[in-house]
Design a protein around this ligand. Structure first.
Ligand code: SF4
Length: 338
């Protein structure tokens, strides 16, 4: 059985011809799969019946299945998607009441080896990289299940996307060209692999960049994010300046507020110093506890003081709305549990 989501347009044309059909049928199929998100050959009304029968005998569109689906009270939907080898990854659809955007938060790996101490995925260790079509399958699954068109994609699910560089950038190209999602609406979130940030600037499809910074003090950052041992805050900053100079875009700094650890006034001052000459926005994320936990949620007052101190430096600061916390779909809570 051929899995059609694995094929680009010219490979699909070859496949269609191998079934004795004309090349243009591939474009029709492509449009059903990517523009109309239809996965049932019988619903492809402009494709003649005998070709639809051949397709049913020889192909499937996706070889994934939804193993579990959870809907949060705020409308966030979390899917556990099972791949053909039995491995699972999570993907989340986030809706915001006051906006028409539908953001898919996709996974790039099964598990992760970066070992961030606050992260549920890290607790599983690393299993494998996801192939480009396995990343795209997550978006197609959401679109087919909901009948809605995803407008934004963020690589913020399981895995460190820059550790799966080639597959992630092939997926980004396909998301942009096949699913017609603008490159500014595609965001990579990385824990700070500085050399790969520079490498991505050479790509034909440079996405928006978000950095999981989480602390601007090197010693504390080492405690919670082992990546700091390899790529220091200084080296990371050089790569961020390289990105902003090269692309003209701002970076978003994601910062987890952990009660009593990263949410203090001293930590706010360190962050102010770090970002002084950086084109950036800051997204503060109140920590979500993941079960038995040595870290604490920040209190609201400390969060507001932290935000105020950053804003007084003239930076745009948002406090992330907690989406899907009741179904473990909030930041740092994806673990691919089945
Ligand atoms: S926060 Fe991201 S990079 Fe760190 S362990 Fe979790 S998935 Fe990996």
């Amino acid at each position: 059985m051929e899995v059609l989501a694995k094929l680009n347009l010219s490979q699909l044309e070859n496949f269609v011809e191998s079934l004795g059909e004309k090349k243009f049928r591939a474009k029709q199929l492509f449009s059903w799969i990517y523009s109309k998100s239809v996965c049932d050959f019988d619903l492809m009304s402009d494709i003649k019946k005998d070709f639809r029968e051949k397709l049913k005998e020889n192909a499937v569109i996706l070889d994934t299945k939804i193993k579990k689906k959870q809907v949060s009270a705020d409308g966030t939907i979390k899917y556990l998607i099972e791949y053909s080898d039995g491995n699972c990854a999570e993907t989340v659809l986030m809706r915001f009441d006051n906006r028409s955007n539908l953001s898919a938060c996709v996974s790039s790996q099964v598990g992760c080896y970066m070992g961030c101490d606050f992260c549920a995925t890290a607790k599983r260790g690393f299993i494998r990289n996801l192939e480009p079509y396995e990343i795209i399958s997550q978006i197609l699954t959401i679109q087919q299940d909901t009948g809605l068109k995803v407008t934004n994609v963020v690589f913020m699910g399981q895995g460190e996307p820059l550790n799966n560089f080639d597959n992630v950038f092939s997926a980004i190209e396909a998301i942009n060209t096949n699913l017609n999602i603008g490159i500014r609406r595609i965001t990579i979130s990385t824990c700070g692999i500085a050399d790969k940030i520079k490498k991505m600037c050479e790509s034909d499809f440079v996405p928006t960049l978000a950095i999981s910074l989480h602390c601007a003090d090197s010693d504390v950052r080492k405690q919670i994010m082992p990546v700091e041992n390899k790529y220091s805050l200084d080296e990371l900053k050089k790569s961020l300046i390289y990105y902003t100079d090269k692309t003209g875009k701002r970076v978003t700094l994601e910062y987890i507020l952990i009660g009593g650890l990263t949410d203090t006034k001293q930590m706010a001052q360190k962050l102010c110093d770090y970002i002084k000459d950086l084109k950036c926005n800051i997204n503060l994320i109140p920590y979500n506890p993941i079960g038995v936990d040595k870290y604490k949620k920040p209190n609201k007052k400390d969060t507001m003081i932290f935000k105020y101190l950053l804003e007084s430096q003239g930076k745009k600061v948002t406090v992330r709305l907690e989406r899907g916390a009741d179904i473990d779909a909030a930041c740092g809570q994806l673990a691919g549990k089945s």
